[in-house]
Design a protein around this ligand. Structure first.
Ligand SMILES: Nc1nc2c(c(=O)[nH]1)N[C@H]1C(S)=C(S)[C@@H](COP(=O)(O)OP(=O)(O)OC[C@H]3O[C@@H](n4cnc5c(=O)[nH]c(N)nc54)[C@H](O)[C@@H]3O)O[C@H]1N2
Ligand SMILES: Nc1nc2c(c(=O)[nH]1)N[C@H]1C(S)=C(S)[C@@H](COP(=O)(O)OP(=O)(O)OC[C@H]3O[C@@H](n4cnc5c(=O)[nH]c(N)nc54)[C@H](O)[C@@H]3O)O[C@H]1N2
Ligand code: SF4
Ligand SMILES: [Mo]
Length: 683
């Protein structure tokens, strides 16, 4: 019997926990703690614990598939790759801008790097994006304006040193469990916890102050908190004077938002707003944690900038236990952004519109002309597909048929393409629509790096062989590039690719193999091999041209779709502990699936009583996009007038109901957190 322990990084959330995968005779049997890992110190949440369960599933994709006469037929790699290369080549020769690519926050840095290099240097467009668009796009756009760069300012461990933690729009306990452990460590040392959320979530239940408020009113709420802070002289005058600009402009706006007035907009109590403001402002070190409740709005970027306003006027930046901490979601969404799997930036956030950057990348890659025209974002790609402007799409490791807003519209878009390639580990709802399906290896079957929410770059390591003929994403991309005539994709290993990443990504330049192999790993920016890495950002100055933090005066703008007589409820959507997004992995994990086998709609007890809806009864939820049938979960833990549906379950898909017509102007984010809906009993 051959037993092996392979130290690796969790494939689920951005906390980036480390553990050992245990294999016996080449098959995964379980996970064992990796106690010296500084992120999680041997602890794991259920998803990490059972992360091995989907790997050896019978229904893994094991061979390439080509659709012939409406049916999938097994193909050899040569047949499949020749077809992909020739179809992409055909469309490219007519118009490279008619091709669009979705890269993947589930894949490694090396794979994302190669995908954007293929798109830019071989295809000749910047039409590449990924799920960050539907996630922390507003964080990248918003914090770039206020701090000069958009990433979590502090490390996870740093939060354990806070005296007050303000969580807004994050259900940290369920969605970032090993970050939540740091919150509990701070609480054990006496820190006060404030949670603002329309739902009385498991995280909110542990709060010293729970502040319920209506979805889509975050700017008003935070303006009111700043109104109280400034009116009561609780602001940090020295920090404002020395480290920021625009205070008077900000003050003029927030003075228009007294808590009593904001109580009407937000349905939050004015007294609680005042109490929360005082608690946050009076703490020596106060940290803000936020996630999708802040970003998934047409005002996502505004919401993000409000969090940084709040931190800066109270001087809560650049020290342990402070900062603005957007919790990045997917295991490698930070890395996919860092690698430039975005339509506006090369690796390291270097802008594609700047001619100088194009020159730099042309020299580094040794390729021909690179365009300076920014590419399309996720939602724009789907709209362009529907309009016939995008003819071919390549989707690696995403499942938009469940995760994108307004699924009916997504389906129309994907079906009107001339050619669709999907590269995944399972035959997902999206893969079913493809012309060619390419079987990829999972995280347990390959090497590479992931970058976690705290900008920590960590290795994943191959523990077992891939099933059948499945191949790693990086080697598939290399072969397609070669078949399209490129000689810029000659790599022997992920490490080989990473060495190139370091040369073009300034934040990663100092990360050599020897340094990354230590369990401490490294936080970017790490500009050279002597640099220790940067767990805490903006200690002395921000990354803005003059080093000052920019306070942004922001007026409240209501959500795009408001309730009316026909659709009187505000529908908000999100996630739960045991499931991951479109369920492709967690619903194939028997232990996790047993916990929560299908979806539900949360409705407040009083609302349910008025409509005569009983717990667990099947109800119909409708919006202007469509309707679903789903079981009711009657609970006092959600505000009146709000309903909540987790988006993991295709049979009652929340995204049948959400809308994509209105986007955040800066980040192109749809409004996943607010739709006008009706809910009724079934006849
Ligand atoms: N178990 C599990 N963990 C995950 C994931 C998963 O699928 N499953 N996904 C990962 C990913 S990619 C991400 S991005 C993160 C997301 O992590 P979170 O953002 O924590 O998750 P969500 O459930 O989308 O939303 C968070 C909270 O926002 C609240 N909310 C709803 N509307 C509003 C609003 O208008 N304002 C405010 N302030 N709050 C509102 C919801 O009630 C919810 O409690 O989780 C990551 N971790
Ligand atoms: N209504 C609503 N919709 C939402 C959200 C919401 O809160 N509400 N949240 C949004 C957010 S924040 C996010 S991040 C998105 C997530 O949306 P997606 O990224 O589409 O969701 P996943 O289910 O994580 O899809 C990842 C796919 O990658 C595959 N995969 C896993 N590992 C590998 C690999 O190594 N290689 C390859 N090639 N494939 C692999 C999986 O099988 C799966 O099909 O959903 C968004 N959609
Ligand atoms: S907290 Fe996140 S990274 Fe850690 S085990 Fe759970 S899912 Fe994995
Ligand atoms: Mo996300």
């Amino acid at each position: 019997m051959n037993i092996q322990y392979t130290p690796t990084t969790c494939p689920y959330c951005g906390c980036g926990c480390g553990f050992n995968l245990v294999s016996v005779d080449g098959k995964l049997k379980g996970v064992e703690p990796w106690k010296r890992n500084p992120v999680n110190e041997g602890k794991l949440c259920p998803k990490g614990n059972f992360s091995y369960e989907f790997v050896h599933r019978e229904d893994r994709l094991t061979t390439p598939l080509i659709k012939k006469g409406g049916e999938f037929v097994e193909a050899t790699w040569d047949e499949a790759l020749d077809l992909v290369a020739s179809k992409l080549g055909e469309i490219k020769d007519t118009n490279p801008e008619a091709l669009a690519f979705l890269s993947s926050a589930r894949c490694t840095n090396e794979e994302n790097y190669l995908m954007q290099k293929l798109v830019r240097a071989v295809i000749g467009t910047h039409n590449i994006d990924h799920c960050a668009r539907l996630c922390h796009g507003p964080t990248v756009a918003g914090l770039a304006q206020t701090f000069g760069s958009g990433a979590m300012t502090n490390s996870l461990e740093s939060v354990a040193h806070a005296d007050c933690i303000f969580i807004i729009g994050s259900n940290t306990l369920e969605q970032h469990p090993l970050m939540w452990r740091r919150v509990l460590q701070a609480k054990a040392k006496g820190a006060k916890l404030i949670v603002a959320d329309p739902r009385f979530t498991p995280s909110a239940k542990k709060a010293d102050l729970y502040l319920p408020f209506k979805s889509g009113t975050d700017v008003a709420l935070m303006n009111a908190m700043m109104n109280v802070i400034i009116s009561e002289g609780l602001e940090d005058k020295e920090f404002i004077e020395n480290r920021t600009k625009n205070f008077e402009e900000l003050k003029a706006v927030v003075m228009k938002y007294p808590p009593e007035k904001v109580a009407d907009i937000t349905e939050a109590s004015a007294d609680l707003i005042k109490e929360a403001a005082r608690m946050y402002a009076k703490a020596d070190n106060a940290a803000i944690i936020y996630s999708m409740g802040i970003t998934q709005h047409t005002t996502g970027t505004d919401n993000v900038m409000s969090t940084s306003n709040l931190a800066m006027i109270t001087g809560n930046l650049g020290r342990p236990g402070t900062g603005v901490n957007p919790l990045r979601g997917q295991n490698n969404v930070q890395g996919a952004c860092d690698m430039g799997a975005l339509p506006v930036v090369y690796p390291g956030y270097q802008k594609v519109i700047e001619g100088e950057m194009a020159e730099k990348m042309m020299t580094a890659w040794g390729c021909g002309d690179l365009t300076c025209r920014p590419g399309l974002t996720v939602i724009e790609m789907m709209n362009a597909a529907d309009a016939g402007d995008i003819k071919g799409m390549y989707i690696m490791g995403e499942n938009p048929m469940v995760s994108d807003p307004d699924i009916k519209h997504v389906k129309e878009g994907l079906e009107s393409l001339d050619f669709l390639v999907v590269q995944d580990i399972f035959l997902t709802e999206t893969a079913e629509l493809a012309d060619v399906v390419l079987p990829a290896t999972s995280w347990a079957e390959k090497d590479g790096t992931f970058t976690s929410t705290e900008r920590r770059v960590q290795y994943i390591r191959k523990a077992v062989d891939a099933p059948g003929e499945a191949r790693s994403d990086w080697s598939i991309i290399c072969d397609i590039a070669k078949k399209m005539g490129s000689d810029l994709f000659n790599y022997d290993s992920p490490q080989d690719i990473f060495e190139e990443v370091r040369t073009v990504t300034p934040q990663y330049a100092g990360m050599n193999k020897e340094r990354l192999e230590k369990p401490e790993a490294l936080h970017w920016p790490c500009p050279d091999e002597e640099h220790p890495g940067t767990p805490i950002l903006w200690g002395e100055k921000c990354a803005t041209p003059d080093g000052l933090g920019v306070l942004m005066p922001i007026e409240f703008i209501p959500p795009a779709e408001l309730t009316d007589e026909e659709y009187p409820f505000t529908l908000t959507t999100g996630r739960m502990l045991f499931h991951w997004h479109t369920g492709s992995m967690t619903r194939r994990s028997k232990t996790l699936d047993r916990e929560v086998p299908t979806g539900f709609v949360e409705i407040n007890t009083e609302d349910a009583a008025e409509l005569g809806i009983k717990n667990k009864e099947l109800v119909r939820v409708k919006t202007r996009r469509g309707e679903i049938e789903i079981g009711a979960k009657v609970t006092p833990d959600i505000m009146k007038g709000i309903i909540f549906i987790p988006f993991h379950f295709v049979e009652c898909a929340a995204n049948t109901l959400t809308q994509s017509f209105a986007l955040d102007p800066a980040a192109k984010m749809p409004e996943f957190k607010v739709s006008a809906a009706s809910i009724e009993k079934m006849e």
